[in-house]
Design a protein around this ligand. Structure first.
Ligand SMILES: *[C@@H]1O[C@H](CO)[C@@H](O)[C@H](O)[C@H]1NC(C)=O
Ligand SMILES: *[C@@H]1O[C@H](CO)[C@@H](O)[C@H](O)[C@H]1NC(C)=O
Ligand SMILES: *[C@@H]1O[C@H](CO)[C@@H](O)[C@H](O)[C@H]1NC(C)=O
Ligand SMILES: *[C@@H]1O[C@H](CO)[C@@H](O)[C@H](O)[C@H]1NC(C)=O
Ligand SMILES: *[C@@H]1O[C@H](CO)[C@@H](O)[C@H](O)[C@H]1NC(C)=O
Ligand SMILES: *[C@@H]1O[C@H](CO)[C@@H](O)[C@H](O)[C@H]1NC(C)=O
Ligand SMILES: *[C@@H]1O[C@H](CO)[C@@H](O)[C@H](O)[C@H]1NC(C)=O
Ligand SMILES: *[C@@H]1O[C@H](CO)[C@@H](O)[C@H](O)[C@H]1NC(C)=O
Ligand SMILES: *[C@@H]1O[C@H](CO)[C@@H](O)[C@H](O)[C@H]1NC(C)=O
Ligand SMILES: *[C@@H]1O[C@H](CO)[C@@H](O)[C@H](O)[C@H]1NC(C)=O
Length: 336
């Protein structure tokens, strides 16, 4: 009997120490609060005094401006402090917001690098950090954010290469890295992103060939690679697979070869910009079938031959640029 009660006593002791251990280590809304207070402490300029007045420890974090909590766990699931004119850095503690699904800090003046601790935000679906002053490399760990759908670092000062690990974000729909100083080639592995709808990498210093796998992603709606130093030619068959393509902007690069006639099978194309490259050969006859076109810019290439008659059928066209080629024929309006 004595032995048994001793047994129960030790079990009880063990259980209570386990529980207290859990209580001190398990993250809860207090963890989220201290993560957000760490962020607030890193803000050096808050012109509208929004965080200063609103993010007060006297009210629940879930009532703070820009903070959304989940109904089930009462943990922070979304943080939206976009467009508040904030200046500051991103503290590592932000990685403690373990239930976060959406982080929108776009249109502020955040600077510095992305802390490695953000790798712990494994539930993230939206990571929107565009239009800030963030710098450093795009860290390879972003590839482990397996639930990410929307990833934008546009208009920052990121340098270095696009890490091939981005191709591990298998649910990614939007990749927007435009207006940075990225260099090197677009990773070949990008073709693994089978849900990708928009790839926007314009205004960087990317070079090398277009990854062939890119033109195999049938979900693509927009490919925007303008103003880089991409070279090589376009694959001969693009459109059989890219039936949803509405936007193809490859302007201001070093692309060469012919314009593939199969491009005229991309019947949803509204914007087609191939200007300022070194494309040669003729304008495919079938372009007259691209009746959804609003903008067609082919200026400043080495195109020859006759402007297809079918251009007269492109009634939605608002801008047409064919200048600085060696073309014959007439169209009603020629913009450069
Ligand atoms: C959260 O956990 C801490 C210990 O880490 C505890 O002191 C606090 O009471 C908990 N808060 C809530 C709201 O459960
Ligand atoms: C903070 O802002 C939210 C939403 O704008 C508002 O509902 C809340 O009352 C504010 N809290 C304080 C303490 O000002
Ligand atoms: C964040 O808030 C802005 C302004 O209300 C809104 O336009 C934007 O869509 C929000 N971001 C997300 C990811 O919901
Ligand atoms: C939060 O993050 C910081 C830095 O990453 C860490 O030191 C701290 O222990 C974390 N946990 C809590 C509960 O704040
Ligand atoms: C992005 O950066 C470019 C070049 O600096 C600038 O022209 C453009 O206005 C910026 N876009 C936004 C939305 O700030
Ligand atoms: C992508 O994920 C796989 C396993 O999920 C891993 O083995 C591989 O190293 C990752 N690739 C990159 C480039 O991070
Ligand atoms: C693209 O798809 C075609 C047809 O399915 C296939 O033959 C080709 O190997 C694929 N290319 C790449 C780079 O994945
Ligand atoms: C453009 O292509 C032509 C051949 O079509 C080639 O002779 C010329 O060197 C190329 N120019 C540039 C700037 O790459
Ligand atoms: C334009 O489309 C029609 C109908 O799909 C097709 O018969 C015709 O061959 C196309 N014209 C050109 C020049 O590709
Ligand atoms: C315009 O389209 C119609 C109907 O598809 C076709 O019959 C006609 O030949 C086209 N016009 C030109 C100039 O290609």
């Amino acid at each position: 009997m004595k032995k048994i009660s001793h047994y129960y006593f030790s079990l009880g002791l063990w259980l209570s120490s386990l529980l207290s251990c859990l209580a001190t280590t398990a993250p809860n809304i207090t963890t989220d609060q201290s993560a957000l207070l760490s962020l607030k402490a890193k803000i050096t300029w808050d012109p509208h005094e929004i965080l200063a007045s609103n993010w007060s420890a006297t009210s629940s974090v879930c009532d703070w401006r820009g903070v959304t909590c989940g109904s089930r766990h009462r943990r922070v699931t979304a943080l939206n402090i976009s467009n508040l004119g904030l200046t500051g850095t991103i503290p590592p503690q932000l990685g403690n917001l373990s239930f976060l699904m959406s982080l929108d800090m776009r249109r502020n003046n955040f600077y510095g690098e992305l802390p490695h601790e953000l790798i712990r935000l494994s539930r993230l679906r939206v990571l929107s950090l565009g239009i800030n002053r963030l710098s450093g490399n795009i860290p390879p760990w972003v590839g482990s954010l397996q639930d990410l759908r929307y990833f934008s670092l546009r208009n920052n000062s990121f340098t270095g290469y696009i890490p091939p690990s981005v191709s591990n974000m298998s649910k990614l729909e939007t990749l927007n890295l435009k207006f940075n100083s990225l260099q090197g080639a677009i990773p070949m592995e990008i073709g693994k992103l089978k849900k990708l709808k928009q790839i926007v990498l314009d205004f960087n210093q990317l070079s090398g060939f277009l990854p062939p796998g890119l033109f195999n992603i049938s979900s693509l709606e927009a490919i925007a690679l303008r103003s880089n130093s991409l070279s090589g030619s376009l694959p001969s068959s693009i459109c059989p697979r890219l039936q949803g393509l509405t936007w193809l902007d490859l302007g201001f690069n070093k692309l060469s070869g012919v314009i593939p006639p199969s491009l005229s099978e991309c019947s949803k194309l509204q914007v087609l910009r191939l200007f300022e490259n070194n494309f040669s050969g003729v304008i495919p006859e079938g372009f007259g079938n691209l009746t959804a076109l609003v903008e067609l810019r082919l200026a400043r290439n080495n195109l020859i031959g006759v402007i297809p008659e079918g251009f007269g059928n492109l009634t939605a066209l608002v801008e047409l640029g064919l200048g600085h080629n060696d073309l014959d024929g007439t169209v009603l309006t020629v913009f450069d």
